[in-house]
Structure formats: C-alpha cells, structure tokens
Design a protein around this ligand. Sequence first.
Ligand code: NAD
Length: 484
Amino acid sequence: SVGTTCLFYYFAQRDKLPGHQLPHDPEKKTLVILGSGWGATSVLKTLETDDYNVIVISPKNYFLFTPLLPSVAVGTLNPRSIIQPTRYVTRHKKRQVAVIEASATEVDPIAKTVKFEDTSEIQGLVSNTTISYDYLVFAVGAEVQTFNIPGVREHACFMKELEDAEKMQRHFLDCLESAAFPGQSQEEINRLLHMVVVGGGPTGIEVSGEIHDFLEEDLRSWYPELANSVHITLVEALPSVLPMFSKQLIEYTESTFKEQNIDILTKTMVKEIKEKSVVLQKPDKTIVEIPCGLVIWAAGNKLRKVTQDLMGKLPQYQTNRRGITVDDHLRMVGTDGSIFAVGDCAATSYAATAQVASQQGSYLARILVQIAKKDALEAQLHALESAPVTEEREAEKHNIEKQLKKVENLRPFKYSHQGSLAYIGSDKAIADFPFFNGNLATGGVATYLFWRSAYISTLFSLRNRTLVATDWIKVKLFGRDVSR
Ligand code: NAD
C-alpha cells in the first residue's frame, strides 16, 4: 500500500536527512567534530559514521593541504588544486554527516554544548546557535602568532590559510609591476623587490625556496630587466634555522641558500613592520630599518581564543600554555572523557605537525568505533538490570559483561614518526628519517623527487592528485602565471 511504501521510504531516508537538518537518531550518540584541517579530516576519513549522529562544524567547508601552500603563493599551483571540500570526504559515508560552515565560539565541557556562529561575508548576517554533544572532537588547529609586534597584522602576509597565499601572490606581483613602472629609481626598485621572510622554521624556509624558484624559472625571462634586483632575506631570532633538523641538514640548507643568493640573518629579531620597511634588532642589539616591498610572516602559531577559553574552564587540569593536555587516548584531561583534542590545539611531546594530527585523527576514528560498541553494550546492560531477574537474563548479562571487558580496554595513542621533510628550492629537499637505529639525513634532488611523490600520494583524493600533477606539468610547459 501507499502507506507502507511511505513508511519504508521514511525509514530508508531517516538517516539521510537533507543538509538543513541535523542527523538525529535517538539511539545513537551525537559526535561533533570541530575543524576541517588535518586532524578533523583524518577522523572523518576513517570514521564509521553509522555509529553516531555526526556533525562537523568548521569556518572553512574544505580541507587545505598546507604543505603545498607556498607553491600557491608563487603561482606554481592553482589554489583550488590543494583544497578538498569536506562534503567530498563525507559523501560516500553510510550515514549522512552534517557539515556546517561556522566558527565555534564556545564549548561548555560541563553542559556538553558547543556554541557556533555563521559569519556570512556575502549576506552580512551573523547568526549563532548552540547544540549539545555526547562526544566532541576538538580539532580547531592554531592561528598565527604575531607576538603583538607592531605592524605585523597590517603590513605582513601570513602563510597559514589559502587566502594568505593568494594575498602574497597578488602582493608579490604588485611589487614586480610597480618596479617595472617606467622611471622608477633604482633605490625604489631595490626596495620593491626586497622580499623579507620572517621565521626560519619549515614554513619560512619553504616559502624562501619557492620565491627563489619563481625568480630563476620564470621572472628571469618575464622581467629580465628586474630579475637581478630581486633579493630575498630570511630573518630568524634563534642562532640557527630549522632547529628540528640535524646539524648536517641545517648546514646543507644554509649552503643551498647561499648559492641561491638568499641571505639568512640569524639571531636577528623583527621588532616592527612598517608599510615600506622592516625594523630589525641585530645580534649586537642595534636596531636597523631595512626597506622592503613584501614581508612574509612565518614566525609560528599560537592557540585560538576558543581553545584558551575552553582550557580556562578547567583551570586545575589545563595549565600547559602550549595547548590542551590530553591523556593516552587523546581525551582532554579534566573532562569525563567526552572531549578529545587532536592536532595543533593539543599539547603533545612532539612538534605540532600535519603528520601528528593526521595520525591522531585516524587513531581517534578507530577508538570511536570501540567507544560506540561499549556505549551500546552498556545501554543493553542497563536495560537488563532494570528488568526482573530470570536465569536467561542473567546469562545474557554475563555475556554482555564479557563483551564489555573486551571493548573497554582502549589501546593508547602512539605516534610513529615517519621523518621530517622540507623543500628548500632549486629542486632540492631535506629529510630526516628516524630509521636505521638513528637518523638518516638526506638532501638533494633525489630527496626532492621523493618529497614530490610523498606529497602527491598523501594528498587525500585522486581528484587532488590529478589537479596538482596537472599544475606541475603546466608550469614545466608554460611557466607560472604572472597575471593578477
Ligand atoms: P615555527 O614555529 O617552526 O618557526 C617559526 C620561527 O620564527 C622560529 O624559529 C622563531 O624563532 C622565529 N621567530 C619568531 N618570532 C620572530 C621574530 N620576531 N623575528 C625573527 N624570527 C622570529 O613555525 P612554522 O615554520 O610555521 O611551523 C609551524 C609548525 O608546522 C611546526 O611544528 C613545523 O614543524 C610544522 N611545519 C612542518 C613542515 C614540514 O615538515 N615540511 C612545514 C611547515 C610547517
């Protein structure tokens, strides 16, 4: 009958609710995932969404493949090639996942709620709402650390989000075109074409290497009269760049930069950034002001406000200034086990890298399956306990308790470091591998080829791999696009 068909259709569609409704099966717990970066996407990719009502909340409705961001900044890659819509990850899941483009502004770990707001740039509307969760995956990442140094926010380009790389590309090309304007003095040309990169961590090194490649591979033929005036300076406050790499690789990077005419100023701190210059404190503590056209700020990250606020709600447990303290199972210490923190917002004993976040994410997806089983068994046990005692029920109870014992033991998270890799320009990369009972340090063109293939194979989808490979071929054939 029509009624039966409708009922059948309702049940078939019950879990595949349209986008504007939240998945709600009262028999399942609600799992809210905050973020769409390395940690969150890795959870989503592996997660069995059939076990939960899954809701993803992130201000970006896509995953950004951050290691290739500097390549976007110099026009080697198209911005679209390194992003993947979050809905693309969730589209084949058994049960529909709700993906909400919004910023989480507050988490209440006692009431177990998340407040989030939709800040639509186009509509100009700001609306907010609060939802409850049973489990929360807190994977909001970090934001750029400016140390409140004057002028950083106003005048520097960051290298964190897609729009940062796009902004840097526009700004860089603007410097080139202004330098090419007829009648500019040589002094002004030198200023416009002086690129200052702040921070000698992997981001600063990779950006410098990419700018150098752009100069050598394209600008020499597109702007022959200007190419010799382009000058790159890398500023680092510590005594050396790339402290996480071995001494040998640091030296290799320094000598490669020397060949590439990139100046490295160590023990030098940026004190202020002005519209047309950067103020530096030299190792002897004297202050100099150096004219420049573009400053790229790659001086590290700090916790987001929503993370600091959440930690502030559990002050006796959350005292680590680097991030959320978690236990061996990535559960936020001080909560009842309902909040998991992964990626750059969590404090661990390893560097905050994409590799760590992605391993934490896939670990979490696996233990969430186990937790769902445990919760289901506990609910069954609870139901049996409130029913009258019979021999049959006692046997059933015994059986459930046995199964519970098996799923209760969660395997702790263990990070397996696969090595650190950084591109340093001129088709060279450096890599520190933790194999062979120690560190195997390699650098050079072979490492670079490995770097490319490693990156392209870790890009999440075939779609992105195709897009990136096509961009690389296009650049080899036609050069980078210098139009703005
Ligand atoms: P970082 O924190 O590793 O490096 C920032 C550097 O900026 C520091 O060395 C710091 O001393 C310097 N600095 C800070 N303030 C300064 C100032 N005022 N003047 C001069 N120098 C200043 O930052 P990052 O490179 O963006 O990396 C962030 C995280 O991401 C790290 O954990 C890193 O390992 C990871 N990462 C890894 C890769 C890779 O493995 N290829 C690439 C990018 C980022």
